[in-house]
Design a protein around this ligand. Structure first.
Ligand SMILES: [Zn+2]
Length: 328
């Protein structure tokens, strides 16, 4: 995926900065995973390096090199260990090359994705470059948590916040790309506005399986027998990494039940295609019962975080959901 969606005003300010030559030496691009930070950073790098008229023109040598990932003056700095951006990564990736002038471009752009993984040593090493950068250097720090940087780093960088996309926008986009309606709705609602997360969910067989199982439970909790509950637990046991998504789906479902109870109508439902089931539950369940479900889900989450037995936790949750659905 190479298209950038949303964040129009951010892109506009990057275009302005590049065209007027008012470019800072270091930027922090802050935003949740999957919101397109890397795409935006690469776009900014192309803007800075493009030699065409309408930047980025997409067909000058610089643009072509950048688009193919082989631009000598756009350097994506990686890290050796998966969970750590270490001091050696910063030294070899940046500090040792920063004094070498760009080969062919006005700038030398360094992009550090997952920069929140830098430990203090690595940040201190980077600080040396950020404090006295050569004229041509632009450093882009991409992070989901700008607060993890040392104050000395933050104070020297221009901070840009990358916003999540509206869920309706994501749903529309998925439908235009040929996703099934119910897949599009579910993935968009759980995306938190992250297109990256949405696509990985849609392509994920475990996600699809979990969502089928969970909707199977939610549509008619009254009919649940202990046998059904145990069958569900057996399947979920194999899909454990989807447990948090399952909790979120349940919360969204009962949010819809609340919306229906409040008489807001189908238009505001997240899962409009499930409205018959949701209406039936709204009619039967009390406000107290619906609220209790939310508490039970939070409680289950806490239990799993505290390493309480997985099956036991989910079993108790489903029994509680059934009780609440009975209007108890
Ligand atoms: Zn160009």
């Amino acid at each position: 995926m190479t298209e950038i969606y949303g964040n129009d005003s951010l892109l506009e300010s990057l275009r302005n900065a590049a065209c007027k030559g008012q470019v800072s030496h270091s930027y922090i691009l802050n935003g949740a995973d999957g919101t397109g930070k890397l795409l935006i950073a690469r776009y900014f790098a192309r803007l800075l390096q493009c030699t065409g008229e309408e930047k980025p023109c997409g067909h000058c040598l610089s643009c072509l090199q950048a688009l193919s990932g082989h631009h000598p003056d756009i350097i994506e700095v990686g890290h050796e260990k998966p969970n750590l951006f270490g001091v050696d990564d910063v030294r070899t990736g940046i500090n040792q090359t920063v004094q070498v002038r760009p080969y062919s471009s006005p700038y030398k752009v360094y992009i550090l994705d997952e920069a929140e993984k830098m430990n203090q040593q690595a940040q201190n090493a980077l600080l040396k470059t950020i404090e006295e950068p050569p004229d041509y250097v632009v450093i882009l720090l991409l992070t989901s948590n700008a607060e993890s940087f040392l104050e000395t780093i933050r104070s020297r960088c221009v901070r840009l916040d990358v916003r999540p996309l509206p869920e309706d926008f994501i749903e529309e986009l998925l439908l235009r790309r040929g996703a099934e309606k119910q897949d599009a709705v579910r993935a968009a609602r759980l995306s938190g506005g992250s297109l990256g997360k949405t696509f990985s969910m849609l392509e994920s067989e475990p996600f699809r399986k979990m969502s089928e199982l969970t909707f199977g439970i939610l549509r008619d909790p009254l009919k649940l027998t202990m046998k059904d509950i145990h069958a569900f637990l057996g399947e979920m046991e194999k899909l454990r990494e989807e447990t948090e998504n399952m909790f979120s789906l349940m919360e969204l479902w009962f949010r819809d039940v609340m919306v229906m109870k409040a008489g807001k109508g189908e238009a505001l439902l997240l899962f409009r295609e499930e409205q018959d089931h949701i209406r039936a539950q709204a009619a039967r369940m009390s406000y107290a019962g619906t609220n209790r479900v939310f508490d039970e889900i939070s409680h289950a989450r806490e239990c799993l975080n505290a390493n309480v037995n997985y099956e036991l936790t989910l079993e108790l949750l489903l029994i509680a959901v059934k009780e609440c659905a009975e209007g108890r």
